[in-house]
Design a protein around this ligand. Structure first.
Ligand code: NAD
Ligand code: TYD
Length: 346
């Protein structure tokens, strides 16, 4: 799909969240010809602070829910070239506590968007998905997730994202909708809600609070800097062939314990802040992505190393203590605190 020609109109959902807002920032910085409608329900994870510095001429925010057909239809202007669907309930721990909202937003919401894309003649639909739909790899094996790995989601979150992928595939197969699916691993970077592991570790460590490590801390995640992920999405949008799926990963597998130690070391904090706690139920052991297709076909490669990405991320949290304070105010409690209280010993 050639873009950045005369004027490109894109409909981004979930653009007030962590990855969606980074994507919008990247896109607006990259060319002057893109206009974005950002459709977001502003759930606990959506934050208008994330959009403050964006050009109001080219970024139009609409508060709305992707499960609301009329609202989606009304917001989707004529001549929209593509829908990029970031909107989701995105935290595994929350899906363990209650799956309802995950099913509504991630599954039904995706179908509403697919229907709207078809009815309004939108050229392309890009679904932002996750490696978690492929379940778990073994800790010590050398296998990787590829685009043809079997679906084997293990958490309610992963199952809802897998269902969404099936609906996207079905819309392509049955109705000929031009679709792309991207699946990536664990993103890190500025503006990530501090219930996810890395921003939680950074913000706790900055306040000399302990970092909860689930289980033995040897679970492996494949970490990618958020802007690298967003550049891959953009390339997939522009260069991907209709119906394609791309795995996006930076070949950066890390054990959780190593991630937490890197954060503590970068901040000069003691390892005694690590606190081993009861494991997450059904905790996937290892995610590892083979990004060969994205590299070969899209010409994509990550720019940040783990060291440079982590440095940028930590600096951002250091410089934006107010953002964290505001985000965490109110009734905010991590999953772990909700389940086990704050005074848990290892
Ligand atoms: P996030 O939780 O930070 O943001 C989600 C955004 O979606 C929020 O702004 C929220 O207000 C909005 N939203 C939620 N429900 C909505 C609804 N019903 N209607 C409209 N808007 C709604 O999530 P994120 O980390 O930015 O993730 C974005 C996408 O990337 C998600 O689809 C997620 O599954 C996927 N993903 C994330 C990661 C990761 O590491 N964060 C990894 C792989 C895939
Ligand atoms: P998370 O950020 O929730 O992402 P995901 O579950 O989608 O991978 O968690 C990343 C890893 O860190 C995961 O293995 C669970 C673990 N974890 C902890 O050890 N402690 C925590 O407080 C959290 C939130 C996660």
């Amino acid at each position: 799909m050639p873009m950045a020609t005369m004027s490109t109109k894109l409909f981004v959902t979930g653009g007030a969240g962590f990855i969606g807002s980074a994507f919008i920032r990247l896109l607006l910085d990259r060319d002057d010809a893109t206009e974005i409608t950002n459709f977001d329900a502003l759930t606990y994870a959506g934050n208008l602070d994330n959009l403050q510095d964006l050009d109001p001429e080219r970024h139009h925010f609409i508060r709305g829910n992707i499960t609301d057909r009329e609202a989606v239809q009304a917001a989707l202007g004529d001549g929209t070239q593509a829908i990029i669907n970031f909107a989701a309930e995105s935290h595994v721990d929350r899906s363990i506590l209650s799956a309802d909202e995950f099913l509504r937003t991630n599954i039904l919401g995706t179908q509403v968007l697919l229907d709207a894309a078809r009815e309004r003649g939108v050229n392309r639909f890009l679904q932002v998905s996750t490696d978690e739909i492929m379940g778990s790899l073994l800790e010590d094996e050398t296998a990787y997730f590829t685009e043809s790995s079997a679906f084997a989601p293990n958490s309610p979150y992963a199952a809802s994202k897998a269902a969404a992928e099936h609906l996207v595939r079905a819309a392509h197969h049955t109705f000929g909708l031009d679709t792309i699916i991207t699946r990536c691993g664990n993103n890190y970077g500025p503006r990530q809600f501090p219930e996810k592991f890395l921003p939680l570790a950074v913000s706790n460590a900055l306040n000399d609070q302990s970092i909860p490590i689930y289980g033995d801390g040897r679970n492996v995640r494949d970490w990618i800097y958020v802007d690298d992920h967003c550049r891959a999405i953009l390339l997939a949008l522009e260069k991907g062939r209709s119906g394609e799926v791309f795995n996006i990963g930076a070949r950066n597998e890390r054990r959780n314990i190593e991630v937490a130690e890197s954060v503590l070391d970068a901040l000069g904090k003691p390892h005694s802040l690590l606190r081993f706690v009861k494991d997450r139920p059904g905790h996937d052991r290892r995610y590892a992505i083979d990004p060969t297709l994205a590299e070969a076909e899209l010409g994509w490669a990550p720019i940040e190393t783990w060291e440079s990405g982590l440095r940028k991320t930590i600096s951002w949290y250091q410089e934006n203590a107010r953002w964290v304070e505001r985000t965490r105010s109110g009734a905010y409690q991590t999953y772990y605190e909700q389940q086990y209280g704050t005074e848990v010993t290892s």
